[in-house]
Design a protein around this ligand. Structure first.
Ligand SMILES: [Zn+2]
Ligand SMILES: [Zn+2]
Length: 105
């Protein structure tokens, strides 16, 4: 038996204020969520699965990598960071590493 029913993803914008997209530079990255709806005859009836919010750029139609999701581990020692070049601890307020001159991010 054939029923035109199924679970369809539905993209919802959940954030009100856009953020800057690092890929295209436009401030068009909205917090977006993809929910899955059970739909019948292409009409969403009810939500079966709520997705996790993520940033989606409406300029380039791509998800934006959020900085806090970066796989780089932060050094355990408080506010100080580690120089990417010489791996020595650098105070967070320094723009350049005092040991080797490497620019900190
Ligand atoms: Zn973009
Ligand atoms: Zn350094």
């Amino acid at each position: 038996m054939f029923l035109i029913a199924g679970v369809q993803p539905k993209t919802r914008r959940v954030g009100e204020y856009p953020q800057r997209c690092p890929a295209c530079g436009l401030i068009r990255a909205y917090t977006t969520r993809v929910d899955h709806y059970l739909s019948l005859f292409f009409i969403p009836l009810f939500r079966v699965k709520q997705g996790n919010p993520f940033l989606l750029c409406e300029g380039c139609r791509r998800p934006v990598d959020e900085p806090q999701d970066s796989p780089q581990k932060k050094p355990a020692a408080g506010a100080s960071r580690t120089c990417v070049a010489c791996k020595r601890p650098v105070d967070e307020s320094f723009k350049y590493c005092p040991h080797c001159g490497q620019r900190t991010k």
